[in-house]
Design a protein around this ligand. Structure first.
Ligand code: SF4
Length: 749
């Protein structure tokens, strides 16, 4: 008999509601949940294939251990944890805790277990060598916003459902459905901007699908977004258009420094570098200022470039200076149901975001967000000396494909004394591990979006219970992370994790009862934990977070408020309303103000100004940019036949003029080379590309040996990150430059 289950899709940031039809223990149909409070029936091809991911015969279902012959073979959980314990102890005794490291992949952000239990595990290990996908992605935005508003999760989100003017840089939300902007059915939402008389402008070196659907598209030279944005800021000051608004009176600091910093960046000074004429830049500045409401949004094209943090800062400055911060239709702070640092404590009580508290040993790159940039991971492993990394644990990450110079990283991984991968596949990265610990499929554990409710264009809460029970031979991800925490804490490979989990619950409840702003202030933590009942693992902790959160039932003080039980009774989610003004309540800077001119940002302006004096980075040559694809997300989903057999694929898009210039015909195999490496792939001529710019999607290149991803291997594509250079970084965050890399193209053979 068929049953119906409702489940939030965990495959990207859009968090669409899915309606699953289950027959005989299998998913037979998936469609969008028409009643989902956020996505209202929207779905993309990835979500429709969540069942195929669950059924994938290549998905790992038992731990794997490297045997004496160097071959990975299935083993029991006990064998896996015993080996980890033995090597952990040895490395710890010989080299100490800084010999350990971790890499957190993007899937961690989509995993309740990973988010709740990952950090305590890292704390138990006690290393500063933590890396993640943030440093090949959004870290610059988090740092820029953190310096201005006080926490790394204080990200301003475009209120696209009410805005009259949306300026988009380096993003393709029609394909991504938003990133750092959870916005399922972006196309529908964008269409409504036009229907209410608004305008959408896209600035991008490629006429993306979003640009095609926008009212206006401007080509821009890769890597020059900071100059473009600074020229807008310059125009706003020069033309008397700076009007932050009465609602921010007395709440901004540093506006004079911003005005002074903007002086050199006139539209005329930047026009050639941007490829956009001065009058157009001025017109855009005037349009943003004149719109009844406006939001400026930049994404990965603006963060993975040499001035990623400055660009992110300037994007917010435009919104602030034109009166569009923290008001409907502008950019706003969501209020997530499980709380974040900017909903906890009192405004003005924040320490602000601190960066560069320590540095990587070999490359001396500064810490941000408690992590080191991943593009120095290989050096930290390969450089001998005190503090050399000898052990790595990867959680849901594939850095061999997703970080620059992955070949070198792959060689470095083979020198480790202990590598552990928590993953669903034997892929290009996990194949280097000594132990692989399989993670359950997305349908074998419950789900709640702790992260993406922080970035959503509307406040909401949605919980998905487990669809299929965890097979008896599997451990849940939180149990694996607790077992590893126990090993790191010296409790051995067979520790009873129940008391550790109880301790975590008491700790969380205790933090709440000690906080003067919590609804449970002064109560007994043990009483709260008892009230949660029989739940364990992440669901118990989630319940405590929800009940103490801004909409929570406060364990009795607000009986109609949220709890996990209430979410379970509402399978389509609960709508918590449109975004609302939250300043000054959300600010956690030391001053309690929006700090427009934080020192690390101003200090980097001179580096940008020097760009005005230098020649364009690649003259008549080509610059490489990436592109997001609808049917994949990073290196995910390439082992699903229906997704890789579609029209997308790993090709290089070339403007026809460049094709002719370099003798590369449409459909011909081409070699793309940089100073670091070369790849071969099919060229596709497209006038959507700005002349002088080529585009390759990332996450491909599944041609490594010893992997078990057979569909992906048959559709391998090429690893664009082999062209990347670990020396090219955004100076403030160390984030890799993935857009604007100088390349050459030639016909293959
Ligand atoms: S847009 Fe994202 S969340 Fe929605 S169905 Fe597709 S992959 Fe899932």
């Amino acid at each position: 008999m068929a049953t119906t289950e409702f489940r939030t899709c965990p495959l990207c940031e859009a968090t669409c509601g899915l309606e699953l039809t289950i027959e005989d223990g299998k998913v037979t149909k998936i469609r969008g949940d028409a009643d989902d409070v956020l996505s209202a029936g929207f779905i993309c091809p990835k979500g429709a294939n969540l069942g195929a991911l669950h059924e994938d015969p290549d998905r790992l279902r038992t731990p794997m251990l490297r045997n004496a012959d160097g071959v990975l073979e299935p083993c029991s959980w006990d064998e896996a944890f015993e080996l980890i314990d033995e090597r952990f102890k040895r490395i710890d005794a010989e080299h100490g805790r800084q010999a350990f490291s971790a890499y957190l992949g993007n899937p961690v952000a989509h995993s309740l277990s990973g988010l709740i239990y990952g950090r305590p595990m890292l704390k138990a290990i006690g290393t500063r060598n933590v890396f993640s996908a943030s440093s090949v992605d959004q870290a610059p935005k988090q740092v820029a916003c953190g310096l201005m508003y006080g926490t790394s999760l204080s990200i301003t989100i475009p209120d696209i459902d009410r805005t009259d003017y949306l300026l988009i840089l380096g993003a393709d939300p029609l394909v991504s459905n938003g990133s750092l902007m959870t916005a399922p059915n972006f196309r529908g939402r964008m269409k409504k901007i036009g229907e209410r008389g608004g305008k959408v402008v896209v600035v991008d070196p490629r006429r993306s699908r979003t640009a095609e659907a926008a009212d206006e598209h401007l080509f821009i030279h890769p890597g020059s977004d900071a100059l473009f944005c600074f020229a807008i800021v310059n125009t706003l000051f020069a033309e008397g258009l700076v009007t932050p608004g009465d609602h921010l009176d007395g709440l901004l600091s540093g506006i004079e420094q911003v005005e002074a910093a903007a002086v050199p960046f006139t539209p005329e000074a930047v026009a050639d570098r941007c490829g956009i004429d001065a009058e157009t830049i001025r017109r855009i500045a005037r349009e943003v200022a004149a719109a009844p409401s406006a939001a400026v949004y930049g994404r990965i094209g603006t963060t993975t470039q040499p001035f990623g943090t400055l660009t992110s800062w300037l994007i917010d400055l435009i919104s602030i200076l034109t009166g569009n911060l923290d008001r409907p239709g502008g950019v706003m702070f969501p209020k997530p149901p499980a709380g974040t640092p900017n909903t906890q404590g009192e405004p003005g009580s924040g320490r602000g975001l601190k960066i560069h508290r320590w540095a990587s040993r070999a490359k001396e790159r500064g810490e941000v967000l408690g992590e080191l940039p991943v593009n120095c991971l290989a050096d930290e492993i390969l450089t001998p000396g005190e503090g050399q990394i000898r052990s790595l644990i990867t959680i849901g990450g594939n850095p061999v494909l997703s970080t620059p110079n992955g070949d070198r990283l792959a060689r470095a991984l083979d020198t480790l004394e202990l590598m552990i991968s928590i993953d669903i596949y034997l892929n290009e990265t996990s194949r280097h591990a000594d132990v692989i610990l399989p993670a359950p499929s997305a349908l074998e554990h419950s789900h709640f979006d702790l992260v993406f409710t922080v970035f959503s264009v509307r406040n909401y809460a949605n919980f998905s219970p487990t669809v299929f029970p965890l097979p008896p031979e599997m451990l849940d991800e939180w149990e694996v992370l607790l077992r590893l925490s126990a090993i790191a804490g010296g409790a051995g490979p067979h520790a009873d994790i129940g008391p550790v989990d109880d301790f975590f619950a008491l700790e969380l409840a205790g933090r709440e009862t000690r906080s003067s702003s919590s609804p449970v202030h002064g109560r007994d933590p043990a009483e709260l934990v008892a009230e949660v009942g029989d739940r364990s693992g992440p669901e118990r902790l989630l319940d405590i977070m929800l009940r103490c959160g801004p909409y929570g039932d406060g364990f009795g003080s607000n009986p109609d408020g949220l709890s996990l039980a209430k979410l379970e009774a509402n399978p389509h989610g609960i709508d918590l309303g449109p975004l609302e003004p939250r300043i000054p309540e959300s600010l956690r800077t030391p001053s309690g103000l929006v700090e427009l001119a934080a020192e690390p940002l101003l200090a980097d302006v001179e580096r940008l100004r020097a760009e005005l004096d230098s020649a364009p980075s690649n003259g008549d040559g080509l610059l490489l940019i990436g592109r997001r694809q609808l049917r994949s997300n990073n290196s995910w989903m390439h082992n699903i036949p229906k997704l890789v057999s579609g029209p997308e694929g790993c090709t290089v898009l070339v403007n026809p003029l460049d094709g002719e210039r370099f003798g590369v015909a449409d459909g011909q195999r081409a070699v793309l080379s940089s100073a670091r490496g070369s790849i071969e792939l099919t060229a596709v001529h497209s006038d959507a590309m700005m002349p002088g710019v080529v585009s390759v999607p990332h996450g491909w290149g599944h041609d490594g040996e010893e992997t078990e991803i057979n569909v992906a291997s048959a559709h391998a594509g090429a690893n664009v990150n082999l062209l990347g250079d670990t020396e090219l970084v955004d100076e403030i965050t160390g984030t890799a430059v993935l857009n604007g890399i100088p390349v050459e193209i030639a016909a293959a053979g």
